[in-house]
Design a protein around this ligand. Sequence first.
Ligand SMILES: Cc1cc2nc3c(=O)[nH]c(=O)nc-3n(C[C@H](O)[C@H](O)[C@H](O)COP(=O)(O)O)c2cc1C
Length: 305
Amino acid sequence: MTKEVSLEIDLGHLHLKNPIMPASGTFDVRCTLLNENELNRLGAVVVKSIAFKEREGNSEPRTCETDCGLLNAVGVPSKGVEYFIKEELPLLKKANNIIIVSLLGNSVEDFCNLAEYLNKIEEISALEINLSCPNLNNGIPFGVNEDKLYELIFNIKKNTSKPIIAKLSPNVSDIKKMALSVQSAGAEIVTIANTFMGMAIDIDKQLPRLGNNIGGLSGPAIRPIVVRMIWEIAQVIDIPIIGVGGVCCAEDAIEMFLVGASAVQVGSANFSNPYMMLEIITGIKRYLKEQKHNSIQDIIGLIKD
Ligand SMILES: Cc1cc2nc3c(=O)[nH]c(=O)nc-3n(C[C@H](O)[C@H](O)[C@H](O)COP(=O)(O)O)c2cc1C
């Protein structure tokens, strides 16, 4: 009998049965796409960023397709934390025992209040901090200033005992500085990356295609940039990295493991194929067998320099 390869992985204190999970905002909590059993086969579930209070999103149109990716300016609408706990968390509990909740805030205080509130909810395994949120004080996303990043993560840590995953914005000139900053502030895990700022124009109407004018680019177009960023930060930080950006098949995820990611999130690809994450899990097992590895851990960071 051939030995089953192991996809188990530890991300800090989080133990996952496999390293594949949805990216925040791209997975349906109501299980209309994947059923509970299918969701249970994922390493974790990650929910859309939630705010403390209900908030509206951006004006329509909120998404637009480009040649090799999707531009979105959804604006992170949220029904607020109480709605999440009452209506969505019970569904998630049935689907997977590793639940990662993404947090959204406009100020350090906002994030801290939310982190403190969620700290008492046992079923939540970790908090992923959406660092692409604009800071209400100056309108600039937290993720583009290393000092603000440090201050934010450091203060969130004071308000929760749950593991903190810092989801970095890629819209910076030196991603290593940002990764080092969140690590020294106490983040246990880094997710790289959120979407890249972009814009598309309707040349007939002579207008931007998005209601918000600019939006975030995701999908295959960004993958080589994210792979480079994972490779760069893997050389300077010691905490685990979750890679995300344009993963559309097992081979794409494997690229990320080889340059140093310990887990991979799948985002936009879920919209065209809800079974993508399950197919990726099967494809990674096949690859490991073909390459005569016993465990996913054998290939993480194989390509160092
Ligand atoms: C429609 C849409 C909504 C998103 N919402 C969120 C969100 O609420 N919070 C967040 O951190 N990232 C959000 N993202 C970013 C994704 O989690 C992911 O970082 C990005 O799409 C890159 O991955 P991909 O190329 O696999 O889609 C969203 C992306 C899309 C396309």
